[in-house]
Write a protein that binds this ligand. Structure first.
Ligand SMILES: [Zn+2]
Length: 198
């Protein structure tokens, strides 16, 4: 058998422990059931029969569970168990997006969390140590970057002052909106209104 590395040994131990527990439960249940079913026999036969039948059932359960679960860790090509391990992991940057989350606080302020969410294409490579068969698994993963938190006070939504009402009052002269234009000379228009544009 091929020597197992740490991960493979851990995987195998985990599967075996689970199967042992199941086998132990099966041994107790089936053994007691057999002991009860052999009620008409002598004590020695009941105890011996229960132990043997329970042990057979428990071992059968252990073996069945251990084998079926090991198949998941086995190479589909050569059939070696625990022979497949991850040999490479490659991440390729796919996209990034600015995200923001606003959360109202009890005191009327707003907690604003902003971050950059990056999406990566991940390719994992699994190699069978026994036959060298290579399989890959593709999926995407996201990661938060540059996360920032700030609190917007209740008065943070201030008005935008100025600009709006500056030159619109005249309404008559377009040049008034041009900041660099010299102020137009006050031209008295017959002195009817006497109004200047300053
Ligand atoms: Zn293989």
């Amino acid at each position: 058998m091929v020597e197992l590395d740490q991960d493979q040994q851990a995987m195998k131990a985990s599967i075996r422990n689970g199967a042992l527990v199941l086998g132990g439960v099966g041994f107790v249940i089936v053994g007691l059931l057999a002991y009860w079913l052999l009620g008409s026999q002598g004590d020695l036969i009941r105890a011996g029969g229960g132990a043997v039948i329970g042990a057979l059932a428990g071992f059968g359960l252990f073996r069945w569970n251990f084998t079926s679960r090991s198949k998941g860790a086995a190479c589909a090509k050569c059939g070696s168990v625990y022979s497949i391990s991850r040999t490479d992991r490659n991440e390729v940057f796919k996209s990034s997006e600015n995200k923001m989350e606003r959360e109202a606080q009890a005191d009327g302020s707003t907690k604003v969390t902003s971050w950059v969410e990056e999406v990566y294409d991940v390719t994992e490579t699994y190699t069978c140590s026994s036959c060298g068969d290579v399989t890959t698994k593709n999926f995407t993963t996201t990661r938060r970057k540059d996360e920032e938190e700030r609190i917007e006070g209740p008065r943070g939504l201030g008005r935008v002052d100025g600009e709006a009402g500056q030159d619109s009052a005249t309404g008559m002269d377009i040049e008034a909106a041009e900041p660099d234009a010299p102020p137009p000379p006050p031209t008295p228009r017959g002195g009817t209104t006497g109004r200047t544009r300053n």
